[in-house]
Ligand binder design. Sequence first.
Ligand code: FE2
Length: 390
Amino acid sequence: MTLFFFIALLLIAVIALYEIMSMVWPLQIEKIWKVLLSTLLLTAAFKEVIFRYLGGKMFFAPLLPRWLILTGALMFNFFVLALFLAVLKDVIWLTWKFCRALGMTSRSFPAGEASLFAAAIALFLTLYGTWEAIRVPDVTVHDVYLPGLAKEFEGTKIVLLVDLHASALNRKPFIQSIVDKTNILSPDIILIPGDFVDGPVEERKNDLEPLSTLNAALGVFGSSGNHEYYSGYEEWKKQLSKYGVMILENEHVMLTSNDSNLVIAGIPDQQGANLKGNGTLSFEAPNVEKALQGAPNNAPVILMAHRPETVKKNAQAGIALQVSGHTHGGLMPFIGQLIAFFNGGYIRGWYNVGTTNLYVSRGTSLWSGFPMRLMDPAEITLFVLHSQEK
Ligand SMILES: [Fe+2]
């Protein structure tokens, strides 16, 4: 057991004990029920450890049965939300105590009722946030001004799908619904910059098979995310090409209409290069200069890069638009700030970096480890390109 893992377990245990003391013990119920609820909270807290034991070492065990992943997710989501509610309740309790000491009230704090109320809110948010995380996303539409865009490409429709995370939680019918919703938009180009899947090809190829029915007049292009490297990147690259998704690995394609060009480029995720320590692997690191070798100077470039913070380097190469994902939009308040911190401050929506526009999608789906979305719905993103600012 690494020191980091040990500290993480200790921290989780402390949080679980705090929640039990704050939320369960003040409840006015029989002791046997308190013991039962405390056991459930402890189980929820150590969900990842239990899933690792049941489902193997893969990140958050995406191969376990769907009902088990969903049950575990509901329990863990409640554990996370109950922490915020417990802290809020205890701040009110301390304020009440302070006011009582000053003689502002003689009533004692209704601890049992407050704990019950906080737990009820946590339960409601758990059910709503989990539903929001696993439902088929809505379409968001953006008009995008690309300097230098030729009139031939005026009105070009690009659909961005990212973070599909096909897993035991996100099965074939879910992916098919996303594909159907995408095709209705009649896109010219479809871009999928990574995190297609959690799990090896043999387990998940059926779930991603609907990608083969994606319809885009000028092509369907992708680039790798970090999760492809946990799932067998080389095999997935071949499988995705069978589905008609062209993976761009430090490469570009030039779309030409009359004598005008539009460049679509892709760089791989850094995770592949990080795995190079294993002697059998030789994945490329992201290299925007290599991706653009031979591209014409006067054509606007749209770059797929899974992680948004890569824009700081990519912008120097004169990219017009970078599309990214990875952050899942932050998932929920407070946790979103933490995710932004680890992603160069980029979390969702539009950013200007030099002359480059960066769009960070909230993700079309998300991974099975923490399926939770509050004030952060998933999205299928439609860009309509324009040569003039609207
Ligand atoms: Fe990712």
